[in-house]
Every structure is written in structure tokens, then in C-alpha cells.
Design a protein around this ligand. Sequence first.
Ligand code: GAL
Length: 718
Amino acid sequence: MYNKSKRLRTYLLVLILLCSTVGKSQDLTWTEVAPGVWKATAGIPDKFDLLSAAESKPAMEALGRLGTGTFPLPKGEIAAEIIDGKTMLRFPLMKEERLYGFGLNFKTVQQRGKILQLHVDHYGGTDNGRTHAPVPFYVSSQGYGVFVNSARYITVYAGTAVRKDSPNAPEPKDRNTDKKWNSQPYSDAVEMVVPTTGTDIYLFAGPTPLDAVRRFNLFNGGGCLPPRWGLGFTQRVRSLFTADQVMEEAKAFAEKGYPLDFIGLEPGWQSKSYPCTLEWDKSRFPDPVGFVKTMQAMGIRLNLWTNPYLSPDSPIYGNLKSLSGTHTVWGGIVPDLTLPEARKIYSDQLLKDQISIGISGYKVDECDGYDRWLWPDVAKFPSGNSAEQLRQTYGVMLQKMTSDLYRRQNSRTFGLVRASNAGGVSLPYVIYNDYYSHEDFITALINSSFSGVLWTPEVRGSKTGEEWVRRMQSVCFSPMAMINAWSDGTKPWSFPEVEKEVKAIALLRMQLMPYFYSEFAKYHFEGTPPFRAMNLEPGFAAKVQTELKNSNLSENPYAEAVTKEVKDQYMAGEYLLVAPLFKGQTERTVILPQGKWYDFYTGILAGEGEVIKVTAGLDKIPVFVKEGGIIPMMPPVLHSPAKGEKFDLEIRCYGNKPASYELYDDDGETFDYEKGLYSWRRITVAIDKKGKLAGSVSKPLKGLPDNLGNVTWKFMTR
Ligand code: GAL
């Protein structure tokens, strides 16, 4: 009785509040919730949103180090209104402003002029908002970010709509006579429909676009720090491989001298899949414990594929049935992962016979789409959260649930997932998909940096050796160096004509581990994406802007949405600029930002703030190093260094100026770094008394990790 009247009272209160907000523009009160991060609430937000699904916690100390910023937009020009049970938002846009982000797009980097519906889905070939990580966050070239924390299908008008009361509304033009008529007249706002009664909105200060991205990442907990082995090479074997075949494959890698840190088992490790049992198939894997041990002895970890939908033959089906949604996927139940008891049952199954016997991670498949496969929006879940909310967050919840299991064992993981969203930044997962355009994979890698997610341009098959080596080269300059041979069993050496080149790039990946590991630490501690769009690189925007000025912007006042897209080159860490070649290409142009840039392989000056033409044989992917670049490298080993194992360092230095680099070190496997057990080693290059460059590496404080063996120096620019 008491509960009933209490519920009624709450209901009435919500109703009154709702009525008082409906149809009214909302007074947005902005509170600085972290240095340079402001929050306002429009209407009455859902209880369950993107950040609560990810359970992310702001990295306040790191945000503090970035310092305060100025509120980035004119407050009076940000508007919110609740109409028809939906929240309408408006943010101002300046004339030459460009917009980046809105999730993992594959074909375009610049998003101004787009209409998107942000909806977790398997990417279907069009940048329309339906993608693996439709993160409602955008970054402006003016150096600020906007985030809408709602787990709803948000519709975005990214500078497309024109209000009649806008002070900037363009003059209508006569199409009959005026050549300057444009089908998409100038719009001075980003507008959004959030289909619910309210939402929290966040603004992130700059001053640069990269600063806004850093704040967004840190606000969501900071980037994940993979274990060292996660940055090694990984091979996913054919679906129905047996334990013996997997061991044979690992042996072949060792015999042929190809690096390998972990192997991914695909659906066949489970007794049934699509829907899954989450249980070993005893005919293919009769002794999982022995198998995992043998692999470990060979220096190889194992990652297990799964999708979340449970077969009636799964041992946890019975317990989860009443905790799952009304609809099935491939006949499997969909656990309501917003319920702690459902998560517990699921987690226990992963711990038992998998994590507890040494499985090092998961590939969480099929949490993205397509609509015709996944649960429909009419589905109901026992928690009362909607099908839409679960769709937007399922991938994030799976990442959180699985990574928590590893945290509990004080052991880091690094896995794969096909769906993510805001809050995913601190979860150690890389997104992949079934789409296979090499060019678009690189654009996705670029866009991942605006959305707090990681992306791998995974390699599966190729028609020719040339395509194979080009794809291998770019995957080795990405967050996860992986061949996914689940369907065709391809191996790195499958194309004998380029075997040498493929081996060289896989070993180069291993050599770059100290550099990439440090860059991931910067993702974690500073929020800087390890693989980034050129638009986030200082001195690049200026270059592109000059080019724009010389092209169409000044000629066509309506062309704000048109900018030169640079979607085929990117930054890998602080200093490397990567310019992949694609099938059929022997040369390409590369835009070098301001400052001097050197060829990575030779140290020769390549150019300075200019567009250059490069040619590269099959043995090289064009890579350039910024002036003062210091690249710490290790020997071309076949497995990443284990906990406590020392490794030698070859430090390559580019240019002729004094420079420095922060090298990160910890045990590479556990979460002890969170207790302060890590060191930053300062690498310094100075000019000595004889006028020559000389390098030194600082010692770590007593008791802090020190995994460096011999250090040698290579001054690449003579
Ligand atoms: C797909 C996935 C592939 C592979 C395959 C196995 O959904 O994207 O990478 O794992 O399932 O059936």
C-alpha cells in the first residue's frame, strides 16, 4: 500500500515536472564539473544513459593538469526545448567552423553539412550515423567539444538547418538567374533531436581541438592502457580449428620467425554458436586446461570469440531466461545486462573454465547490428530500460563486464568488440567489422580519434600479394596488429612473393613496442589518442586552411560544408605521420604539417609544411617523423617482453635539434600502475661541447619499474 502511494506520488511529481518543461525553452545552467568541462541539464533526463552504462569516472587529477579553460560558446546561443516528449537542442556554429566526430564514420572526416541518426549498427556503407560507435560527441575546428549523454537514437543536423529568426540567415537567391544559388544554404547551428524528455549536455574547452578531445577522453576515465602483449601481433584462426591445429599454427609462426603474442579462437571453441553456449567444445578442445598451459609455454595467449546471445544448451540459459528480453537473436536469449544479477551469472560462466584457466581476453561479436538480426525496438527488457537504450549501450556493457573480471584478477586484457559508445574510451577493446575497404578502414582509424574509441583495419584476405602487403603495413600501424583468418585461414606467409616484406613489417611492429606503449600511456594519463586525425595535429589545420582559402571557400560563400578531406594519412603517436599506400598505388601525395619532417627509414629531410609526392616499393609504408622526433625501439623479438623481462632499446633521433621524449615503463601486465608503480623516463637529446648530438635517459626513482637493458643511439639525420 505504502509503496503504491509512493510510486503514485513520484509519478505525479515527474508528470508535473514534465508539464512544466514541455514546450518551453529551457534555462540551461552550466556548472563546471571538472576543469574545462561544463554540464547543463535540459528537461528530465533518463536515469540510464551512456556514461552510467560505461560506469565511467572522470580522471579528475589529469583534467586538473590540463588546467581550466574558457567557456567555449556564447551561452545565450545554446538552446534546449522539450517538444512532443523529445528534447530539441541547438548549438551555434561560426562561418568557417568545421566539425569532426559523431562516431566512427568510414567515408568522411568532416561532418558539417550532414544529417545523421546516431544508432548502433553494423556499418552499411554510408556515413549516416548508423555505425559501430555512434558517439554523440563532436569536436569543432574552433577548439571545443560538445557531448550529449543520452542512450537514445539522436538525430543530428550538423549545420544543415536554417531558422527564419537567425541573424545569419542567408538571403534567398533566385535559382533561375543566380549562379551562386546553392541547394544547401548557410546554416549557423548544430541541431539535435534527443527522443526523450531530457538529457545532460557537456561542453569541453580547448583551446585546440586536440585539447577538447583530451578533456572528453579524460572525463570518461582516460584511455585504456593495454598490456604490452596486446600491442604485439595477433592471428585469429579458422572457425573450426581444433586444439592441435591451433598448436600447429603457433609452431609454424615460431619456425618461420613471425612474431605472435596471442591467438584468437573463433566460434568453434564453443560447443554451439549463434546462439552460443559459452562452453568449450570437448571434441575440438578435449583438455582446455592443458591446451592453455601448452600455449602459454610457447609464449602465446588466447582470446575467445563470442556473441552475447545464449543457446538453450548453455549452462546459464535457465538462470538467465527470466533476466532477458522478450525477443531472441538467432534463437538465443538476450540477457538484460543492465541488471547486476544477469551480469553476475554471465560473468561467473566466463570465469569458470575460461578466465580462471588463463584465457587472456574476448572478442565480443554481433553486439552492433544489423536490425534484421538484433532485437527490435519493440522488445522489452525486465529492467524497464528500453530496447533502444540497450541497443546503444550493449557493446559498452559487455566491455565493462568482461574487463572488470580481468581487473579483479589484477591482470590486464586487450580484446575486440563490434560496438561501443561514449564511455568506451577507458575500456581495453578495439573495434573491427566485416566491411573490407582498405581506404575506408584508414578513414575509420582517423575518425576513431574524435570519438574515444580504437579501431583496427584488420587484415583478412587479399586478391594479390601487393594488396596483402599494403594491408599488413597499415594494420601494423594501428591499435591492434591482427590477421583475422576465421574464414579463409590466411597466414602472414600466404603470399610467398611478399613474404619477406610482410615479415619485416610485423617485426617492425614489435620493434616499435616501447614507442606505442608509451603513446598508449599518454592516452591513459593525458587523454591523447594514440592514432589520430591530421586535423588534431598542430600546424596541419593552418596548412589545410591556406589551401582552402585558395580554393572554393572565398569563391562560394555557401560552401562552408565543403572542405578538403584528408582521410588517407594519420598520426601514430606523438611523432610519426603514416601515409599508407593502397592496392594499385606506387606513389601518393602527403601533406606535411608545418615544421620539418624526416623519412622514418633514412632520416633524410622529406619536406617542411608542404605537399610532397612519395613513391614506395612494396617493402615500405611511407612514414615521416616530426623534427625532434625520438622513437624508442626494441629488438625485433617474436613475443612481447614478459613481466620483469628487460629489453634493449635503440633510440632513433630525427633532426638536428635538442629534443626530449617521455618513455613509459611499468610491469606491462597488471594494474599496479594504478597504485603508482610506473615510471616515466625522460629521453633527452642535447648538443654536446663538440657541437654533436648526444642522448641520455633518466633513471627511474628507486623502487619504480626499470625494464631497460642496453641503450644504443641512432642519430638518423646527418
Ligand atoms: C563475424 C565477425 C568475424 C568472425 C565471424 C565468425 O560476425 O565479424 O570477424 O568472427 O563472425 O563467425
